[in-house]
Design a protein around this ligand. Structure first.
Ligand code: SF4
Length: 432
């Protein structure tokens, strides 16, 4: 299949986004027992708290209904044990970032949250921290109060991130998500500022079935009132949630993004068209963990169920990845379940897919991965993309154009490994 045909095939598939691999089985041939983090000395850390007060229908993350305090403590014990085991067996010297996400970390009871953050502080004190190191924690308005905010601030976490997703009670209730009163969110954002936390990020989502412009306007209105320093736009992904995508196609998604982009720009947020993150500052709108992972392609280690880790050798996933149960199953310890030793073309493809989340990728990072000039390595792909003006290249950065962003999943697909492409084509032809 030539470039044009393959590009059109991927462009017509709403499930082609920045996910990579598209199916876990496409990596099966790379399964390994090798430690992919061997010899890694500098990396970012992520701690996954898989508990939520309620489960939203559209959610693609591994999360369970929050259990009682003893279950929470037991989970934190296992999380810390996994982390200690890792640090005890690796020669880590430097951290680029440290995020706590989920799920909803603030659904933990205050003493448990405090324990987790004490451990967070301990880790930060043990290693060199890179310039720009900026830890971050996720929360939800349905699971936050003044005491938890104070606890986060006292542990010197400068950034908090939450999702409003959509500010429309009708759509939220269809998605089985608890609506929050704007007045309560305003009060909590006031507490966050008073506690001295410098950055608040709010996530908004688009691409829901039957999401109207009025609903998008209402989301922008909530942003206007709450005045977060950063805003992240998420396109709803249909890969895992079983929602019906019939009313949504790439043109709808593009138009909704454009609507939100224009609204955020009018509110004073900065961000390139095609970028998902926006900021009132001159930064990328993400924590240092995400920046280091996404754009710089640096190693990251994930602790907790389902968390992902990656190095220049490969990728691994902890237990319970893709577990959709309502309640967390029993397990003895948190460990890696799948590890893959990846060839360079797969690492490069993964890097491009992750980085396209910010609408661009770095050619020098790619050169380091491939050990050769990416413009030669991918000359057919770049010829096609440049000829059709889907990307622009300047100062060593390949950036999506507006037209390219409309079909960003197909742009990403052009950089998939030949093996991944082959498997995908077979899957589409119904052979797999
Ligand atoms: S609160 Fe967030 S993490 Fe939890 S189910 Fe809803 S979207 Fe997913």
């Amino acid at each position: 299949m030539n470039q044009e045909h393959f590009f059109q095939l991927a462009a017509s598939d709403i499930n082609c986004n920045t996910s990579y691999p598209l199916r876990r089985k496409f990596f099966a041939r790379y399964r390994t027992d090798t430690d992919i983090m061997e010899n890694t000395e500098a990396l970012s850390l992520y701690y996954h708290i898989p508990f939520c007060k309620h489960l939203c229908r559209f959610c693609e993350y591994t999360r369970f209904l929050c259990g009682d305090i003893s279950q929470q403590n037991d989970y934190i014990d296992k999380l810390i044990a996994q982390s200690e085991k890792f640090f005890g067996s690796h020669n880590i010297k430097k951290l680029y970032g440290l995020d706590i996400g989920g799920g909803t970390p603030t659904s933990l009871e205050l003493p448990v949250l405090n324990r987790l953050l004490d451990y967070h502080t301990e880790i930060r004190g043990k290693y060199d921290l890179s310039e720009g190191f900026e830890p971050s924690i996720e929360f939800s308005f349905s699971a936050i109060d003044d005491d938890k905010i104070r606890c986060i601030a006292e542990h010197n976490i400068p950034r908090m991130s939450t999702g409003i997703q959509v500010f429309d009670d009708g759509l939220l209730s269809k998605m089985e998500r608890l609506p929050q009163a704007l007045s309560y969110m305003e009060r909590m954002t006031g507490s966050i500022r008073n506690a001295g936390i410098k950055k608040l990020n709010i996530d908004l989502m688009y691409g829901f079935p039957d999401q109207t412009d009025l609903m998008l306007s209402n989301s922008l209105y909530a942003v206007k009132v709450l005045e977060p320093e950063q805003v992240t736009l998420y396109e709803l992904r249909y890969n895992r949630n079983g929602l019906d995508s019939v009313s949504v196609d790439r043109n709808v998604l593009f138009r909704q993004y454009e609507f939100l982009y224009n609204g955020l720009t009018d509110l004073g947020y900065k961000g390139r068209f095609g970028q998902n993150t926006f900021s009132k500052f001159d930064d990328e709108g993400v924590s240092s963990y995400l920046y280091s992972r996404m754009f710089l392609g640096r190693p990251y280690k994930g602790f907790g169920v389902s968390a992902q880790s990656m190095s220049d050798k490969g990728i691994s996933y902890n237990i319970l990845k893709s577990d959709n149960s309502r309640y967390m199953p029993d397990f003895d310890e948190i460990s890696e379940e799948y590890s893959y030793l990846l060839p360079k073309d797969e690492i490069a493809a993964k890097y491009i897919c992750i980085s396209l989340y910010s609408g661009r990728f770095s050619l020098s990072v790619l050169e380091k991965i491939l050990c050769s000039d990416p413009m030669s390595y991918y000359h057919n792909e770049f010829d096609f993309l440049l000829e059709h003006r889907y990307v622009e290249i300047s100062n060593g950065i390949c950036t999506l154009t507006k037209e390219g962003f409309k079909l960003y999943g197909a742009v990403a697909a052009l950089f998939w490994s030949p093996y991944h492409r082959e498997q995908y084509i077979k899957m589409k032809e119904g052979k797999k």
